[in-house]
Write a protein that binds this ligand. Structure first.
Ligand code: PMP
Length: 424
């Protein structure tokens, strides 16, 4: 069946034809793409078109599509059964790898998505502090949990949804939103509400308003002010975990949060999330402690082996310098091409993730990210797609490089991008 027919059928039975809003390409226009195959850094749609992929399934595929060791382990595990609902050896192995690699994590609980990870971490923070308020940053996205869907980034920003129907005001009220990178605003909420703040949750490098790095010292400042007020600091490393270094952003910036949320790369392309932290905090989670959280398919053996093989590869090969270099090369080349064409832009890059903003302002928070020309972004996206380049179909997201982007692929990608930009 071809792409168009599949989309038509999808619209009949799925809201917007999709299972996650940004896939509908509403923000960029044009026909959504149905993908049927991925190998290395390339994907193919239902019409047989091939694309060089910088979406990487929104981050998980740091080793590229269908990485042989991961696929082999998954196939072998599938043969042994799909789910047991009791403990299996692979969840122990994956937990050991997480504890070994992520500096602040001594114990970890696996869940099935990033949303579940942040939702459970917030519950734990409220449970151990006995406080209700959560501080989050404008434009950061932490999944679709009620308490965190306030002034969120990613698809919520893309569709300009201020909050969302279905979240009672009483719940939204418990979330305090401050601008990213703004110390004064953080100080102010702590002055006013300090004793009631259970936690501050942050993407240590924002990815969901497009890539926005933390200003010098901002994460250390968050560490100090939360400690001073007896609040917990939660790093949402669903994107940055195992992406920016093997220990994530906390290793790169040398700041240890109390709790860490993980997802994406952790499952190597299968649905896995996790939250973890110091032993004394994690021991408050049931059955060791009173804070309840559970999951029928949590620690699923097939998903766990995909994670194990992925993390082992990252631990042993530490491809981070190489990934960063590749992303630098691509982003600088794209910047040069846009400059030549006279298109104002800013590119924010941290390691192997970056975003091209069509603005002449420095992008340091959501307000400045929103100065990007979204119409031009849509045109840029569609032109790239036409030339065989897949990037996230929304401005407030990140491009990702994988170890599967080889020299020749990058060369070819840059040629395709150049021809797209020439026709903008
Ligand atoms: N946190 C961050 C930083 C994310 O980027 C995302 C998803 N893009 C989530 C949480 C939610 O993860 P999931 O989509 O797996 O629920």
């Amino acid at each position: 069946m071809n792409n168009q027919k599949l989309i038509q059928e999808a619209l009949e039975v799925l809201p917007g034809g999709v299972n996650s809003p940004v896939r509908a390409f509403k923000a960029v226009g044009g026909e959504p793409v149905v993908l049927v195959k991925g190998r290395g850094c390339r994907v193919w749609d239902a019409d047989g078109n091939e694309y060089i992929d910088f979406l990487a399934s929104w981050g998980p595929l740091i080793l590229g599509h269908a990485y042989p060791k991961v696929v082999k382990a998954v196939k072998e595990e599938v043969e042994r059964g799909l789910s047991f609902g009791l403990t299996n050896p692979h969840e122990v192995k994956l937990a050991q790898l997480v504890v070994e690699m992520v500096p602040s994590v001594e114990k970890v609980r696996f869940v099935n998505s990033g949303t579940e990870a942040t939702m459970s971490a917030i519950r734990l923070a409220r449970g151990v502090t006995g406080r209700k308020l959560v501080v989050k940053f404008e434009g950061c996205y932490h999944g679709h949990y009620d308490s965190l869907l306030v002034s969120a980034g990613s698809g919520v920003a893309t569709f300009a949804i201020p909050g969302t129907p279905g979240i009672p005001e009483e719940i939204a009220k418990l979330t305090l939103v401050v601008p990213f990178n703004n110390r004064e605003a953080v100080k102010k909420v702590f002055e006013e509400y300090g004793e009631d703040i259970a936690c501050v949750i942050v993407e240590p490098v924002a990815g969901n308003m497009g890539v926005v790095p933390p200003k010098e010292g901002f994460l250390k400042f968050l560490r100090e002010i939360t400690e001073e007020h007896g609040s917990l600091l939660i790093f949402d490393e669903v994107i940055t975990g195992f992406r920016l270094s093997k220990g994530g952003a906390q290793e790169l910036f040398d700041v240890n949060p109390d709790l860490t949320c993980l997802g994406k790369i952790l499952g190597g392309g299968l649905p896995v999330g996790a939250y973890g932290g110091r032993k004394e905090l994690m021991s408050q989670v049931a059955p060791e402690g009173p804070v309840y959280q559970a999951g029928t398919l949590s620690g699923n053996p097939v998903a766990m082996v995909a994670g194990v093989e992925t993390l082992k590869e990252l631990r042993d090969k530490e491809p981070y310098e190489e990934l960063g270099e590749k992303a630098k090369r691509v982003s600088e080349a794209v910047s040069g091409m846009l400059k030549e064409k006279g298109i104002p832009h800013r590119i924010n890059r941290v390691g192997s993730m970056f975003t091209v903003f069509f603005t002449d302002k420095e992008v340091v928070d959501f307000e400045s990210a929103k100065s990007s020309d979204l119409e031009l972004f849509g045109k840029f996206f569609r032109k790239l797609l036409e030339k065989g380049i897949l990037i996230p179909p929304a401005q407030f997201e990140a491009w990702f490089l994988s170890t599967a982007h080889e020299e020749e692929d990058i060369e070819e990608a840059l040629n395709r991008i150049e021809s797209a930009i020439r026709e903008l």
